[in-house]
Design a binder for this molecule. Structure first.
Ligand code: GDP
Ligand code: GDP
Length: 436
């Protein structure tokens, strides 16, 4: 299901990233007095009273070389284009400023529900002053203090109340996937080439968020797929589209909505630092992953080229050892017809559930072949293992002492699971738990 999106907008220094980090649930140990230092993360998912949502800090998207007012304008437009609810943040300390009014002027044009949060209302006196902000024309100001974490509950209550109604028809059995990768690897060419091969049943379904354009198609075996629209695929001709932070934010959102993510690399240019970043996001999100090497037509090949390229990828993306690799060309169409079946298989593996009885057979075999390690004379004992979740498959391992279950033995157990069951394309998580 598509989560509602909340975007925070406002001029610099009102406390957007402070509030963002609060809601993201991270304790900010050092809140530095330099604006912009907490600028790293701008997209997260969170939950308030059982309502899941995505959160964007538009302040983190910088349009390089744009003048101050233009930055603010672009950020407000991103919020209007992306969000279901906008939190317009101002500061009780400074009162209403020209820049606040500029933001307000842009937001007046939006149909999106807008909440006015007055930050830095740290004490009762400042909370009295918030009524000046009625003049901005967005109704009742909500006093918050990012520094003290006060008022955030009220703000989130108000945001949740404005979420769009959940559409029952939204749920479907199609497999959702996206293509991510740095610019120019050939994502949009792949999208077009893939869709040419498939029976597109409903093109361009409007998502709950106004801009998300997904495409549904049916493969030969009648499996339905939904291709999630990703930044850089369908351009909307907006100024901010070419900024890296925006592209990252869109990629994170696409990953979030996907069962399976195709990490697209460019055979012609090889692997770049940015490829690793992009792949890292998908891995951390626990999604199914297929590594797609595009532009395979551009290489002069001999019998070893594919193996060498694969070795290079394995070396550069060691944490993705579970992801299958496929060498394709959007230009010639080579092996594109394999993709739907691969996506389907990976999605199935992501959702695989193993009965505890079977898991414990694997465990007995594993510990017989490779006895559990002992540290300082104390031997690791594994009592049993049980699967607690899918997407990704997650297993709780009950042991006598969690400190004895080292990384290397965890990796060994994961490998044993992979040898016995098909988990190709999906990470698997182990959670050690102590049982006396
Ligand atoms: P942004 O540019 O809007 O993202 O603002 P930041 O989150 O970077 O915050 C700007 C400055 O305001 C930082 O020095 C924060 O420590 C400070 N700040 C944020 N929230 C509060 C608050 O509730 N009270 C006070 N007194 N300072 C705050
Ligand atoms: P995106 O930015 O990742 O969406 O990349 P595009 O799909 O726009 O492709 C970037 C460029 O690479 C375009 O000029 C495409 O024609 C070219 N391209 C894409 N796929 C292939 C391919 O498989 N082979 C070759 N030779 N060129 C490709």
């Amino acid at each position: 299901m598509t989560k509602p999106v909340i975007a925070i907008v406002g001029r610099p220094n009102v406390g957007k990233s402070t509030i963002f980090n609060r809601i993201a649930g991270e304790r900010i140990s050092i809140v530095e007095d330099t604006p912009g230092v907490t600028r790293d993360r701008i997209y997260t998912t969170s939950e308030w009273l059982g309502h899941e949502f995505s959160l964007i800090d538009t302040g983190g998207i910088e349009i390089s070389d744009a003048p101050f007012m233009e930055q603010i304008k672009q950020q407000a437009e991103i919020a209007i284009d992306e969000a279901d609810v906008i939190i317009f943040l101002v500061s009780a300390r400074e009162g209403v400023t020209d820049a606040d009014e500029r933001v307000a002027q842009i937001l007046y044009r939006a149909d999106t529900p807008i909440l006015l949060g007055v930050n830095k209302a740290d004490n009762p006196e400042q909370r009295q002053d918030i009524f000046d902000f009625y003049s901005l024309g967005f109704g009742e100001p909500i006093a918050v203090s990012g520094a003290h974490g006060q008022g955030l509950g009220d703000l989130l209550d108000a945001a949740v109340a404005k979420f769009p109604m959940e559409d029952e028809d939204d749920e479907d059995d199609s497999i959702k996937f996206s293509l991510i990768g740095r610019p120019n690897v050939g994502k949009s060419s792949l999208v077009n080439a893939m869709l040419k091969e498939e029976r597109v049943i409903v093109s361009q379904i409007e998502g709950t968020t106004r801009d998300a354009i997904d495409t549904k198609f049916t493969a030969e075996d009648n499996q339905e797929f939904t291709m999630i629209d990703t930044a850089g695929i369908r351009k909307r001709g907006k100024v901010y589209e070419n900024t890296e932070k925006y592209a990252v934010m869109r990629a994170l959102r696409a990953i979030d909505r996907s069962d399976v993510v195709l990490v697209v690399l460019n055979a012609e240019e090889g692997i770049r630092e940015q490829d690793k970043k992009v792949a890292g996001y998908a891995h951390e999100a626990g999604r199914g992953i297929i590594i797609v090497v595009n532009k395979w037509d551009t290489l002069k090949k001999d019998n070893h080229t594919m193996q060498e390229f694969e070795n290079h990828i394995r070396d550069q993306f060691q944490y993705l050892d579970y992801a299958p690799i496929v060498f394709v060309s959007a230009k010639t169409g080579v092996r594109l017809q394999n993709l739907p079946a691969m996506i389907e298989q990976v999605s199935e593996n992501q959702n695989r559930r193993i009965q505890s009885a079977l898991l414990n057979e694997v465990l007995i075999d594993a510990t017989t072949v490779t006895p559990t390690p002992a540290i300082n004379g104390k031997r690791l004992r594994i009592y049993y293992m049980t699967q607690v979740a899918v997407q990704p498959p997650t297993f709780v391992v009950f042991v006598n002492d969690v400190n004895l279950l080292h990384f290397s033995y965890q990796r060994f157990l994961k490998n044993q699971l992979r040898k016995t069951f098909d988990f190709t394309g999906t990470p698997i998580h182990l959670i050690p738990r102590q049982r006396k």
